[in-house]
Design a protein around this ligand. Structure first.
Ligand code: ZN
Length: 302
């Protein structure tokens, strides 16, 4: 046999090793504080201009779409959250925080969490482990310099999770990740079968605004979901999470959800969720701290 074996030629040890590299361990769904039936973790990825920039796209037209997120989307989102006194987590690429330092500081001043989201929204799968580590470390330092707060959690840009990512998250001493999809509820991440002490707050494309509203300018295929259909879908997700006594985690983007007709989704969803008195609204960090309270501290890489 010559060359790299095809997947259908792999021995059992090979496919077991790939599957076991990053795996879901214990489900972490303890009782929520104060008798709440459901925990709500709202998140906004404040990517702004970094999506085109990371692809080397420097056209002003594309950058303006990102600028909208900072100029219009983020203030609208902050106002909607303030109306209900609800905390959220803002995952912000470091370059975005450097372009919009007032916004980054504003999140913290309003009582929200700021968390890591890469340097320039880089694609981890395309990087060497050394480059991925250097950018992740620089991103944490930068967010701390801009806001005065060191992030305790990360969402990898585009949810790109390489073979090296979990080791880097551990090495950097982060408490949680929010990029993977192995459960509806929080779980402890296993690395090669070993508990890491790192909490996963799982995401899903179903609970993300991007796939419903994004389109490619030059593609003839332009799927578009009416915003009120997305509201119905997310309300169903929340209602079911509440019935299960679980977690309702949502990912949005200021440059996507921040448009007028789409803010209807967020505001009406907030109204719906706040109409119950058994909902625990918390940042990702607070939820990770709560569910991970009895986990061993994250093991640092030697
Ligand atoms: Zn992003």
């Amino acid at each position: 046999m010559t060359g790299t074996p095809e997947p259908w030629q792999w021995g059992e040890a090979t496919w077991r090793r790939h599957v076991g590299r990053v795996r879901a361990g214990r489900r972490l769904a303890p009782p929520w504080p104060d008798g709440a039936r459901v925990a709500v973790a709202l998140s906004f990825d404040s990517d702004h201009e970094t999506i085109p920039l990371r692809d080397g796209e420097t056209r002003p037209g594309l950058l303006a779409q990102g600028e909208y997120g900072a100029r219009v989307g983020a203030p609208r989102i902050l106002a909607a959250l303030a109306r209900h006194g609800v905390p959220a987590t803002f995952f912000m690429p470091a370059v975005s925080a450097l372009l919009h330092p007032q916004e980054a500081r504003g999140y913290v001043e309003a009582g929200h969490e700021i968390a890591a989201h890469g340097w320039i929204h880089e694609r981890n799968m395309l990087l060497s482990p050394a480059d991925e580590r250097a950018l992740a470390s620089r991103a944490l330092d930068t967010l701390q310099e801009v806001t005065g707060v060191r992030p305790v959690g990360v969402r990898t840009p585009s949810w790109d999770f390489s073979d090296a990512t979990l080791g880097i998250v551990a090495e950097l001493g982060l408490r949680y990740d929010s990029s993977l999809m192995a459960d509806d509820d929080c779980y402890e991440l296993l690395a090669d079968g070993q508990p890491t002490g790192i909490v996963e707050l799982p995401v899903e494309w179903i609970r993300d605004d991007a796939p419903y509203f994004m389109m490619s300018r030059y593609s003839t295929l332009r799927p578009y979901t009416p915003p009120r259909e997305v509201l119905r879908l997310w309300r169903d997700e929340f209602d079911a999470a509440r019935a299960d006594g679980g977690l309702f985690q949502l990912t949005m983007h200021p440059h996507i959800i921040g448009h007028r007709s789409r803010m209807v989704v967020l505001t009406e969803l907030l109204d719906h969720m706040a109409s119950f008195d058994d909902v625990w609204f918390a940042t990702h960090a607070r939820i990770a701290e709560h569910v991970g309270a009895d986990l061993a501290a994250p093991a640092r890489d030697a």
